[in-house]
Design a protein around this ligand. Structure first.
Ligand code: 13P
Length: 264
């Protein structure tokens, strides 16, 4: 986290929580937030988006989706378009999550098509990249990230207000084995260097890059202290109001500390 950057804390609820459970969480969260909270986004299941967005009205919580298809309408059984997400109250969508890439065989090209459409319909996007265990062991982590970032974003008009990148090493997701803060910092710096090649220096410094993969209450502040980690994309720990709000409150304390230390 760099001074002057408001961190973004995102909960990816994956295939958890019914509509009632989502509404109860989103309704209770504002009371557990600090006075000056960081960005707080939540991606519930498709069936909970509308109700969660209604529950979030009047608060700073932003509701989004975990995936979408890149066409507006058509014979795509089981799919949901960006327009439909906007209609349901979603303001952002997570694209290219490693679970989509691995379990549903999503390619970089498909992710880029989805990014284009999501931005065209007015959604913000969180684009996920990350290497597998095997790729890291073979020394290919940097190369994999570069390929993913270029192939998902090269044709996209840069805009730091609508595009967020998330580095989620696949080996860290749901395993309890998070990247160390130093390791994550190294990879985030690399992501920024690649963004610089794709979009130029100015914009690459402005784009928020989130870390995801076994973020918990105890490692979140250490990850956020790294200069190129601008926020967190949280799975398991975002399902608990207590844990999620603790991470948010701790990040708000870090922001105040960093402002105080730099005399802002
Ligand atoms: P965990 O925090 O459960 O490891 O999940 C991370 C993730 O996939 C967020 O998108």
């Amino acid at each position: 986290m760099r001074t002057g950057v408001n961190p973004l804390i995102v909960g990816n609820w994956k295939m958890y929580k019914t509509r009632d459970e989502s509404v109860a969480f989103v309704s209770a969260l504002p009371d557990a937030l600090p006075e000056d909270p960081p960005g707080v986004w939540i991606a519930p299941s498709f069936t909970s988006i509308h109700a969660a967005a209604e529950a979030a009205e009047g608060s700073s919580i932003v509701i989004g989706a975990q995936n979408m298809w890149f066409e507006d309408n058509g014979a795509f059984t089981g799919e949901i378009s960006g327009r439909m997400l906007v209609d349901a109250g979603a303001q952002f969508v997570i694209l290219g999550h490693s679970e989509r890439r691995q379990l549903f065989h999503e390619s970089n090209e498909l992710v880029q098509a989805k990014v284009k459409k999501a931005l065209a319909v007015g959604l913000k996007v969180i684009v996920c990249v990350g290497e597998t265990d095997a790729e890291r062991e073979q020394g290919k982590a940097f190369e994999v990230l570069e390929t993913q970032i270029k192939a998902c974003l090269a044709q996209i008009e840069p805009d730091e207000s609508t595009i967020v990148l998330a580095y989620e090493p696949v080996w860290a997701i749901g395993t309890g084995k998070a990247a160390t803060p130093e390791m994550a910092q190294e990879m985030h710096r690399h992501c920024r260097e690649v963004l610089k090649k794709v979009w130029g220096g100015k914009i690459s410094e402005k784009i928020l890059i989130l870390y995801g993969g076994s973020v918990k209450t105890d490692n979140a502040p250490f990850l956020l202290k790294q200069p190129d980690i601008d926020g967190l994309l949280i799975g398991g720990a975002s399902l608990s109001l207590e844990n999620f709000s603790k991470i948010i409150n701790d990040s708000s304390i870090l922001v105040s500390e960093s402002k105080r230390m730099s005399g802002l």
